[in-house]
Design a protein around this ligand. Structure first.
Ligand SMILES: [Zn+2]
Ligand SMILES: [Zn+2]
Length: 417
């Protein structure tokens, strides 16, 4: 029997507890930065299985270390946080949690991105690996990151001295529920998820009466010029074969028709798949905004504020190849190649901070029959996706597949065949 089959032989004994753990996490979600109870739950599971556990990293982050002789060190990361979404799945374990935000507004909370399932798979994997230490050698490090949905948690953990608390790994691994058939896994080398950046740009004019534009600097016209000119960033400055997006999602200026306001605020979102293209687009946007302000005779320099930023997730070719081979061997035709994803992730900040390779793969979350019927009808876009109020992966085979995938991937370093 292969090491993975021997380790997975213990799965049936763990299955009921894992499903209950998942349902409990699902029923008790916590928003980004407030994952205190969730962090305690996963830390408790790691301690019970003999891991050295570090808590409170970058807020509520948790990392476990299980040293098991000479060999590589493998980091496996998942996320603790849920979303401000009202669950509408009808599941018996659906969340009814609401929290009051700082401003007093009540918001619903749901694990609508599958982080509860990621945690349950990683905790289950940690338990199975701890119970079969004779089948692998090296150091296993499960890591539970806070605030992935806001794009802050990975950097918070790094800034809090993560790699002073745990060893620098040889490789970092992560998985996520992504559109696809439950029971399948999907890898992809190279650029996998886009970098996303959002900016708020304030440009200044000089206010005045609508009838006397000669005495004013009109920021509405200035903003309009910027918006039109920004359309050339992708069409004229990004190579035709490259994929990139610039969207001006919001433009606010003025209060009424006969008053020239004194400023305008633009909100932009960018997507890109390489650090070079991202840099080039950001530089182009700054250059265009400054130049248009100058052309308009703007009395003050424009202000640029980053409202959020996710790095590109670009899978290391060699690490991905190693995982893809392990998946092909173990999952057979349930191991697929993933298309490029337009969503974004902050996971890569952790391996990038340590200068180590990483790979990130998808696990499907739609019941096979439902998926195939929707595909047949050409309605795949109508299936609930991540962040939908109706997002609800089937317990099985999703939990088992996610647990197996983590084991198969980790063993590609810890017990190579
Ligand atoms: Zn997520
Ligand atoms: Zn998400």
């Amino acid at each position: 029997m292969s090491p993975i089959d021997e380790i997975m032989a213990g799965y049936e004994a763990l299955r009921a507890a894992q499903e209950a753990f998942y349902q409990d996490l699902h029923e008790h979600p916590e928003l980004s930065h407030t994952e205190h109870h969730t962090a305690e739950r996963v830390a408790g599971q790691l301690r019970a299985n003999g891991f050295t556990v570090h808590t409170g990293i970058g807020g509520t982050g948790v990392a476990g270390v299980l040293a098991n002789g000479d060999g590589p060190t493998v980091l496996l990361r998942c996320e603790l946080d849920a979303l401000p979404v009202r669950e509408d799945t009808g599941a018996p374990y659906a969340s009814t949690v609401t929290v009051r935000e700082a401003g007093g507004r009540e918001v619903p909370v749901t694990h609508a991105c599958g982080h509860d399932m990621h945690m349950s798979c990683l905790v289950g994997m940690a338990r199975l690996m701890a119970g079969h230490r004779d089948r692998w050698h090296g150091t296993l490090m499960p890591l539970f990151q806070p605030a992935e949905e806001t794009g802050e948690g990975a950097q918070d953990m790094v800034d809090d001295g993560l790699f002073g608390k745990i060893p620098v790994p040889d490789v970092a691994l992560a998985q996520h529920l992504l559109p696809g058939i439950a029971g399948t896994v999907a890898t992809r080398p190279g650029p996998f998820m886009s970098a996303a950046d959002s900016f708020r740009i304030t440009v200044y004019g000089r206010g005045g009466h609508g009838s006397m534009p000669q005495n004013a600097v009109d920021p509405v016209v200035l903003a309009a010029m910027i918006i039109v000119r920004l359309q050339t960033v992708v069409s004229r400055e990004v190579a035709p074969g490259d994929t990139a997006v610039v969207t001006v999602g919001s433009c606010q200026a003025g209060t009424r028709s006969n008053v020239i306001p004194d400023h305008a605020v633009l909100e932009l979102n960018l997507r890109s798949y390489s650090a070079a293209t991202r840099r080039r687009m950001i530089d182009a946007i700054r250059r265009i905004v400054r130049a248009e302000c100058q052309a308009s005779g703007s009395p003050r320099d424009p202000e640029f504020e980053t409202t959020f930023s996710f790095p590109v997730t670009s899978n290391d070719a060699a690490a991905t190849d190693r995982v893809a081979k392990a998946f092909a061997q173990h999952f057979g035709d349930r191991a697929l190649e993933s298309p490029v994803q337009t969503v974004s992730e902050d996971f890569s900040k952790i391996p990038d901070a340590a200068g180590v390779p990483y790979t990130y793969w998808g696990i499907g979350f739609t019941d096979r029959a439902t998926y195939l019927a929707a595909e047949q009808d050409g309605h795949l876009d109508e299936l609930p996706a991540n962040h939908s109020p109706k997002f609800l992966p089937p317990l099985q085979p999703t939990l088992r597949t996610g647990t197996e995938a983590l084991i198969a991937a980790a063993l590609a370093w810890l017990a190579p065949r």
